[in-house]
Design a protein around this ligand. Sequence first.
Ligand code: KIV
Ligand code: NA
Length: 265
Amino acid sequence: KRRITIRDLRTAKEQGERWPMLTSYEMFTGKIFDDAGVPVLLVGDSAGNNIYAHPDTVPVTLEEMIPLARAVVRSTRRALVVCDLPFGSYQVSTEQALRTAITVMKESGVQAVKLEGGLPAVESVRRIVDAGIPVMAHVGFTPQSVNAIGGYRVQGRGAQGDELVAAAHALEEAGAFAIVLEMVTAEVTAEITKRLSIPVIGIGSGPHCDAQVLVWQDMAGMGAQATPRFVKAFGDLRGNLTAATQAFADEVVSGQFPAEEHTYH
Ligand code: KIV
Ligand code: NA
C-alpha cells in the first residue's frame, strides 16, 4: 500500500468525493487514524494549544513541530502527512519560507507543508511549490494572526468575502494543492469550493466543502474547555479516560490491584 498523494486528492474533487482530515501529534492517534482510513493527517501548530499548553499557536517553534511530525510519519503508512510551518518561520521573506519548508521536509519526512495567509503568502507558496514541495494554504481565520484579527472572529462577511475569493484563486494559481478555510461563512465557502479545482478543506466553514478537518481532541471529546460552535464531539474520550483513571486510583488505594493474575512468583 502506498501513501495518498496530492493527485489522489485532486481526483477525489473531480469525482465529487468528500474526505475527512484530522490533526495528529504522535504515534497512537497517527496509527489509529491511519488504520481508520483518514487520508490526510495534519501535524498542526494547534500543538501549541493541544500539546504544549500555550494559550494559542503564536509561541510554537519549528524545533517543537519537527519531532511531532516525525512521529506521525513513522506511525502511518497510508495517510498523506502535512506539517504546519509555525509562526515566524516563513513570514520574513520568500527565502525564509523556502528554507523552512525544506528543513521540515528533510527532517520530518512529511509529504507536504501548510502555511497561513492570503495574498501576502502567495509568493512564498509559489517559491516552495517551484522547489517541489506540496503546499496546503490556509485562509479565513488564521490563528497565527489572532492578535491582529482581534479574537476568534468569523471571516468573509461583507466586502471581505470578495477578498477571500480573490486570495483563494491566487493561492491556487501559485500552485497550492489544497486550501483550508477556517471560520468562513458558508456562502463564501460554497463560492470558493465551486470556483477552485483544488480541494477546499473546511473548519467552521459550513457543509459546502470538499473535505472537513477538526483538531482530534475536539473530534473525540477529549478537550476540557468549551469548544467553539463549529466543533462536534464524536466521542467522550475525556469521560472514558477520567473513569479509567478513577478506577485505577481506587483499586490501588483499596489494594484490589494488582491481583494474583498480575503477580509473578
Ligand atoms: O493547526 C491546526 O490544527 C490547523 C487546522 C485546524 C486546520 O491548522
Ligand atoms: Na495550524
